[in-house]
Write a protein of this length. Sequence first.
Length: 202
Amino acid sequence: MKKHNLEFKIKELEIIAQELKSSICPLRVGATQAVPGEGNPDADILFIGEAPGEQEDKLGRPFVGAAGKLLDKLLASIDLKREDVFIANIEKFRPPGNRDPLPEEISACFPFLERQIKIIQPKLIITLGRHALKKMFEWDRDKIIEKNISIGEFHGKLIKGKKGDYFPSYHPAAGLYHPSTKIEIEKDFQKIPPILHYLPCK
Ligand code: URA
């Protein structure tokens, strides 16, 4: 695969952020603004969460609320900062009242994330929560997954796909409510540095 230079990546990511402002994503009308995602355009790791919440919708930035604080701590536990990675969501606009995004809403926005993945070319895609995991598996396997996926089965494991390498974990918000889930996420994060080390250079 051709490696993009940093200048190209910055420019292309900015084009996506601009295009999102007038996109046909059904949730755009009820949201304050798009939350395209942010971070290092050249990151080895791309995190994919669920959807913007109230704070994210207000600020136009991903994971800036309570779940984001936990994500920052988890990153710090493996000597990473937000600026080292790229953080995005499977849905770019806040669903009303923070309800789950519907599959058709996720699908309408997904081409933007797909383009981000192709620009950033991460070594590892870390899905946070079931919505991101389900959609990424559908994308990689060209197969609709009817039921919700059980994260318990997949988290903390490196999954080699056709289009990339994946490492699913639980959503940090789940860790805020369930101490046992928080412990699982903490353990998952400790596996990230050795996995990155094992994966081939970009
Ligand atoms: N939860 C998410 O999944 N994404 C955010 O950006 C914030 C909270």
